[in-house]
Design a protein around this ligand. Structure first.
Ligand code: C2E
Ligand code: MG
Ligand code: MG
Ligand code: MG
Length: 285
């Protein structure tokens, strides 16, 4: 009660700022509790092979399920988790849960799917990210070559030299690396060539405009062509319509992800659905 009163007093002086600050503080407190109360869940979205339209893997996407309330999307809490440092234990939980799920699917006789996991800036730049990944792989028994870590241009270009060292160390573990939301940052082509990455994921903002925006079409076609030159796989995010798909097919995109194929859902629901989908085992090496 005292706390509440204190906050109300503060709010009286600077209403807008204080409300934002106190909402943030209470969200932070809730997030901390959410971690200990196991309120985070992972949903999984299929990654589709363009040629066969078979599922080759899934991306793990975190959600917060506060007791008795609606699901909260990561866009709301990931930035706060980043700022407060809570992303470190949360990110570890995500990585470990995704790898255990991947192993459980293998044990259930489902051919080894790629498990794509988003890393946050803070996780990627932490000194023990390599050790974390090594340990999670060892503990879960999930094969390294099935794990794909998703990074963004921003976190890589922040300290490009250091990034190369970290990426090389991650590659030595045998994991796959992709650049998420590609095209929204400002990668230097010189560095892009030197980063030991496997895949570019074209940001969904370009895919959205494919049916009517000439610029988005040109940008998308250029990223696909560039991937060919750099010998990288290329995936289009946010595929929602048949027109978008038609353009991507013509342009020679390797992989798709989007509501047109599948909306993220909990592991159990996805597992049932996997039976209806053809599957393709992703080549190793
Ligand atoms: P992202 O990694 O680029 O993930 C793709 C996002 O696009 C997901 O949103 C997914 O649900 C959404 N999406 C997929 N297909 C479509 C489509 O056809 N149309 C539209 N409109 N959206 C589509 P979500 O799950 O809300 O995640 C948003 C972002 O939050 C992710 O973007 C990622 O940057 C971050 N995020 C999610 N889970 C994690 C996590 O475990 N750790 C970290 N560090 N970040 C995460
Ligand atoms: Mg992602
Ligand atoms: Mg992202
Ligand atoms: Mg993305």
């Amino acid at each position: 009660l005292a706390k509440q009163e204190g906050r109300n007093t503060y709010r009286f002086h600077t209403p807008a700022l204080s409300r934002a600050a106190s909402e943030r503080l209470s969200l932070e407190t809730c997030l901390r509790r959410a971690l200990t109360e196991h309120e985070f869940v992972l949903h999984y979205q299929m990654l589709i092979d363009a040629r066969t339209e078979a599922v080759i893997g899934v991306e793990a996407l975190v959600r917060w399920q506060p007791a008795g309330k609606a699901l909260v999307p990561p866009g709301i809490f990931i930035p706060i988790a980043e700022e407060t440092g809570l992303i470190v234990p949360l990110g570890e939980w995500v990585l470990s849960t995704a790898c255990k799920q991947g192993k459980a699917w293998m044990d259930a006789g489902i051919p080894a799917l790629i498990m794509a996991v988003n890393l946050s800036v803070r996780q990627f730049q932490s000194v023990d990210v390599v050790e974390l990944v090594r340990r999670v792989l060892a503990d879960s028994g999930f094969p390294a070559d099935r794990l794909e870590l998703e990074l963004t241009e921003g976190m890589l270009m922040d300290d490009a030299k250091q990034s190369i060292a970290t990426l090389n160390a991650l590659k030595e573990l045998g994991v796959r690396l992709s650049i998420d939301d590609f095209g929204t940052g400002y990668s230097s082509l010189a560095y892009l060539k030197r980063f030991p990455i496997d895949k570019l994921k074209i940001d969904q903002s370009f895919v959205r405009g494919l049916s009517d925006d000439i610029n988005d079409r040109e940008i998308t076609a250029t990223i696909i062509a560039m991937s060919r030159v750099l010998k990288l796989d290329v995936l289009a995010e946010g595929v929602e319509t048949e027109q978008q798909l038609a353009f991507l097919r013509e342009s020679g995109c390797d992989y798709y992800q989007g509501y047109w194929f599948h909306k993220p859902e909990p592991a159990a629901d996805l597992q049932k659905r996997l039976g209806d989908f053809p599957r393709k085992i992703y080549p190793t090496g």
